[in-house]
Design a protein around this ligand. Structure first.
Ligand code: AMP
Length: 300
């Protein structure tokens, strides 16, 4: 049992219709690792600059995230700025400063190289090969999440990487864009034909759809009255999903369905506060309670 997450650790500047927060802690790797830490002990591979605060490292350490794969480089940490309008499912990327992330060369410490699950979280698709080549054997699951930035700038590399991936996470807009097909179900089927055994289509406040060649599973999003900051919901979903799968050991249809619910539950907490704030107080008990609430929500 081991989950390796390769992703960004970042400063995010977030603007919602109600508030603006400058340079708060974010990043795909950060959200994903924190979310996964409620189910397993994730290992992170990433890079930050010397300006990345000790308190953020401390939060990850308290959640028992393995940081041996985190590089600290001279220079500035990756910075991303996003703006939300009145629809929390719609956001605009205002700027992306790659900084030390531009020349990121993921390096897996020896203790990471027998991973069962490797998750490539929003990173340059061209880095997939160099990451996977460092492993002693092929992991049971290679998972990938991507963003519009890579679909638009590196579609060929993305499709090449997708061919070797087991689980692909993408939101509905990305699935349509990548497949070149407006109907989500057809688009999903088309992407399943490009490599992954499981496609997880995230649909923001409408939950997620899990496509496999054998079944389709739908999971709702927890009905949330106060969405404070939707940033990181997708990464937290993936973290909860893969953390649950890693913790479960087995990876059959039942475990995949449960993983999707865990992903949805953790993501629903992440959006209750800005940045990673909610993870500072979140408990396993709260996750369990909401998980059980989910059962009641969907049974009839
Ligand atoms: P999500 O809201 O789950 O889609 O992910 C938001 C997170 O992705 C933010 O915390 C950003 O720091 C991070 N992010 C945005 N753009 C990139 C990028 N080009 N590469 C890696 N991470 C990114």
């Amino acid at each position: 049992m081991s989950l390796v997450i390769v992703g960004s650790l970042a400063f995010d500047t977030i603007e919602t219709p109600f508030e603006r927060r400058e340079r708060i802690i974010g990043g795909s790797g950060t959200y994903c690792a924190l979310a996964a830490s409620f189910f397993t002990r994730p290992k992170v591979v990433g890079v930050v600059g010397r300006d990345f605060p000790r308190t953020a490292i401390g939060l990850l350490e308290r959640r028992k995230v393995d940081l041996r794969g985190l590089q600290v480089k001279a220079g500035k940490t990756f910075h991303w700025e996003g703006r939300y309008g009145s629809d929390p499912n719609q956001r605009t990327t205002v700027r992306t400063d790659l900084n030390v992330f531009r020349d990121f060369q993921p390096l897996l410490p020896p203790s990471y190289r027998s991973a069962d699950i490797v998750f490539l979280a929003n990173i340059d698709p061209g880095l997939a090969g160099p990451v996977l080549n460092q492993l002693r054997r092929r992991p049971a699951i290679v998972a990938l999440d991507t963003i519009r930035f890579w679909i638009e700038t590196k579609p060929d590399a993305l499709f090449r990487t997708l061919a070797g991936v087991d689980i692909f996470f993408a939101n509905d807009e990305e699935v349509r864009l990548l497949a070149g097909e407006g109907n989500l179900i057809k688009a999903g089927r088309r992407l399943l034909g490009r490599g992954p055994r499981v496609l997880v289509v995230k649909k923001g406040e409408h939950g997620a759809l899990v496509f496999t060649p054998d079944f389709v599973f739908g999971v709702l999003a927890h009905p949330c009255e106060d969405v404070v900051d939707p940033t990181g919901a997708g990464d937290s979903f993936a973290g909860g999903f893969l953390g649950s799968l890693d913790g479960a050991g087995r990876r059959g249809p039942a475990q995949i369905r449960r993983a999707a619910v865990c992903g949805s539950v953790v993501a629903s907490f992440a959006i209750e506060d800005f940045g990673v704030e909610r993870f500072k107080t979140l408990t396993r008990k709260e996750i369990e309670t909401r998980y059980l609430g989910f059962k009641r929500l969907v049974s009839f």
